[in-house]
Design a protein around this ligand. Structure first.
Ligand SMILES: [Ca+2]
Ligand SMILES: [Ca+2]
Length: 400
């Protein structure tokens, strides 16, 4: 996708404004941060799409802490042990009402076992990709697909849930996707990655700003959801986020030491097997894989575990706090550090290109604060056991 001329001018202007805004814009809700490990512009640090640098200023809102907010919200919406069943919309389905939500998310049962997590040949050392270490995970279930807009809409409609991007009033959007009208309202960019702009009114229903919508994209992955939003959705669905170890085990799908879920070839048989960036980042995405931004969660081949878009399309939140030091010894169901400032995300996104963000690999990782949201960050859910609504409704087990 060509970066429009006017947009490029605007971005350059925004970079200058950004420096002023860092110290002076107390009311701005999106922080302008220096690049984190592995982010473009950080001296000798490896390049990236810059989305790891997208953070909110914690002091800006007198909201409850993100975790407190999530817990409070869940206490309000989780009413009884049948909440997930009711929330799944099964009453309407049972009554023969037309299902306006084209749900996609079946779950697969992964038997678990021992695998090699991380790599001894890290592409980005600063990201903590190494060392390669043996890890065991127990049997668990994982969504086949990233959570779609349709599924997230059902959740919000059932619970009146308000995402953090909606509460803060803005979110980070990739500049070339912003309309000329919305661009006129921009006042800043992300210093470390000027192609990211905080857009007022951008949220999951309006991925590119207030003049955008989800028409034709209900089967695309929901974006502009924070880690806290993702946790809230998973709990509502009777699920949870996967740990980083579970996510990577699922991504590797039985292969040891490979870049991708299927091996080391970027384009097996000359085909595109994931949604990433083709062309020169960030100037032009030629869309040779069929998609210049998000793709339907059902697109592309599944890996050998039956999971789709583990790499590419949108980054996926995991449960773990971020750390770059890992024990080299055998780990049993590791859950990451007890606390931290950022959460781990995995898999890369449609914005990833080898020249900037070669993170569409199973071992690759990045991070964001739990209240951050962006147009290339989504999630999928895991569970220890199949949620009752799935288990008890085999014919409709793809409803969650
Ligand atoms: Ca693409
Ligand atoms: Ca993905």
């Amino acid at each position: 996708m060509p970066l429009r001329g006017a947009g490029r001018v605007a971005v350059c202007t925004l970079v200058s404004l950004a420096c002023l805004a860092v110290t002076g814009a107390a009311e701005d809700t999106c922080a302008l941060t220096s690049a984190g490990p592995g982010d473009e512009g950080a001296g000798s640090a490896p390049p990236s799409c810059g989305c790891g640098a997208l953070k909110r200023k914690a002091k800006e809102k007198s909201l409850q802490s993100p975790l407190e907010k999530t817990v409070t919200m869940l206490e309000e919406i989780m009413q009884g042990e049948d909440a997930a069943l009711a929330a799944a919309g099964s009453e309407e389905l049972a009554a023969g009402a037309p299902n306006v939500y084209p749900r996609t998310n079946d779950m697969v049962s992964l038997e678990g076992g021992e695998f090699t997590m991380g790599t001894d040949e890290p592409v980005f050392v600063a990201d903590g990709e190494g060392p390669a270490r043996r890890v065991r995970v127990r049997q668990f279930h994982l969504d086949v697909h990233e959570v779609s807009n349709a599924e997230f809409e059902l959740f919000c409609n059932k619970t009146n849930y308000r995402t953090e991007a909606e509460s803060f009033g803005d979110s980070f959007v990739f500049d070339p996707l912003v309309s000329e009208e919305t661009r006129k309202t921009l006042t800043q960019a992300v210093a470390a990655a000027p192609w990211w702009v905080p857009v007022k009114g951008a949220d999951w229903r309006h991925p590119e700003g207030p003049d955008s919508d989800l028409e034709g994209r209900m089967d695309h992955p929901v974006v502009h959801v924070s880690w806290n939003d993702a946790v809230a959705y998973c709990k509502w669905a009777g699920k949870r986020l996967p740990t980083e170890a579970e996510w990577e085990y699922a991504c590797r799908s039985g292969l040891e030491g490979r870049f991708y879920p299927w091996g080391n070839k970027l384009n097996p048989h000359g085909e595109h097997w994931m949604n990433i960036w083709q062309g020169n980042f960030p100037a032009e995405d030629t869309g040779e894989d069929g998609y210049k931004a998000t793709a339907p969660v059902t697109a592309f081949k599944p890996n050998s575990f039956g999971l789709k878009n583990m790499v590419g399309n949108v980054w996926e939140w995991t449960e773990d706090w971020w750390a770059i030091k890992h024990s080299p010894s055998l780990q049993e169901d590791p859950v990451g550090p007890e606390t931290g400032t950022d959460k781990v995300k995995k898999g890369g996104s449609y914005m990833c290109h080898k020249s900037y963000c070669f993170r569409y690999r199973c071992a690759a990782r990045s991070q964001n604060t739990p209240d951050s949201a962006a147009g290339n960050l989504g999630f999928r859910c895991a569970s220890d056991v199949l949620p009752s609504v799935v288990k008890n409704n085999v014919a409709r087990k793809d409803e969650l």
